[in-house]
Design a binder for this molecule. Structure first.
Ligand code: FES
Ligand code: FES
Length: 161
């Protein structure tokens, strides 16, 4: 057996996968190149910018500093899993669009995840709590005001399942 490869079982966006991966492969690269889920973006690739953030067992996590083998048995959500391709945007996405919470959009998939995490945990977060939730994500374009406003409105309009 090749000790540099390992079989992982995981669920991504509700789909179960069993894949053999190199043990050095990051979760971000696994999602992007093995599963073709390019919505998870790579910016800094060392845990600073938050562009690669996904939900990992219901907590936001930076996929560029996790190995794919660490996700064995995990339940992962990426931006592709927020809503179906045919369906309406997720309320958080809709609010980002309405409030200009994105310009180039590169950072956006990463911002959606801590926003989701916050709004699942808490109704009516304060501005400070919103800013704290997204404090690990960098955006070069928006100045953040639209992002904060979008998360505030998403909280009001999202009927949680
Ligand atoms: S690409 Fe992962 S934190 Fe920047
Ligand atoms: S919208 Fe361009 S980096 Fe955030």
């Amino acid at each position: 057996m090749d000790r540099h490869r390992k079989t992982v079982h995981l669920t991504v966006n509700g789909v179960e996968y069993e894949r053999e991966v190199e043990v050095r492969k990051t979760l971000a690269d696994f999602l992007r190149y093995d599963l073709g889920l390019r919505g998870t973006h790579l910016g800094c690739e060392h845990g600073v910018c938050g562009a690669c953030t996904v939900m990992f067992n219901d907590s936001s996590a930076r996929s560029c500093i996790l190995y794919a083998v660490q996700a064995d048995g995990a339940d992962i959500l990426t931006v592709e899993g927020l809503t179906s391709p045919e369906g309406p945007l997720h309320p958080i996405q809709e609010a980002f669009r309405k409030h200009h919470g994105l310009q180039c959009g590169f950072c956006t998939p990463g911002f959606l995840m801590p926003a989701l995490e916050l709004l699942v945990e808490k109704h009516g977060p304060t501005e400070k709590e919103i800013r704290n939730a997204i404090s690990g994500n960098l955006c070069r374009c928006t100045g953040y005001a639209g992002i904060v406003e979008a998360i505030r409105e998403a909280d009001a309009m999202w009927e949680r399942p």
